[in-house]
Design a protein around this ligand. Sequence first.
Ligand code: DX5
Ligand code: ZN
Length: 233
Amino acid sequence: MSQSFAPRPLVIAPSILASDFSRLGEEVRAVDQAGADWLHLDVMDGHFVPNISYGPDVIKAMRPHTKKIFDAHLMISPCDPYLEAFAKAGCDHITVHAEAGPHLHRSLQAIRALGKKAGVSLNPGTPPSAIEYVLDLVDLVLVMSVNPGFGGQAFIRSALGKVSDVRAMTAGRPIDIEVDGGVAPDVAGQLAAAGANAFVAGSAVFKGGTVEAYKTNIAAIRNAAAQARGEAI
Ligand code: DX5
Ligand code: ZN
């Protein structure tokens, strides 16, 4: 199992949901410049989650402002009818929820067939066993550490144990383990120690409202995680 010792790269993925939507292009350029690795794009439909955000047209409008990875998190049900639109809008990763429909395996196949990386997300109440039989089709597991729908919520600590379980389940596979919700420097180290390598953060990145603040905020999360991974800062 030598592969299980090769850590996946450390990734900080600011969630655009916490940005100033009236200056979307500028905000995308700002987090790019501030050191974001991926841009996390939260898509909400007011049905699967109790909030509505934005869809493929808005993502398409953001696309020319950065070359960084677009990491789309679809909190929508059904998702299958919209996968192609998100692929065409420029998403590099498309993550669907395990709870979003009865045909998770088919959704993941469809994302791969569109040439995109396929992600699967678990709500706080969903056990890792829900994805046990689809791992061959998965490039990324997104562990929710809040109930999806809103930014700025408190981190749910049971996500730490879930990350360890997902890490054990995916050992030896080239799968990123990403955590989303209430992530700030204080928990980033614990999450990294548990086996997460990708960190979504909305409020913890966008507080301060300037490129300089974003830079400091991203570095704080990165440093906490890097230290826990035993990597040089
Ligand atoms: C919640 C979203 C998150 C959210 C994170 O449904 O999936 O990406 O924007 O925001 P913070 O970091 O503020 O909890
Ligand atoms: Zn998200």
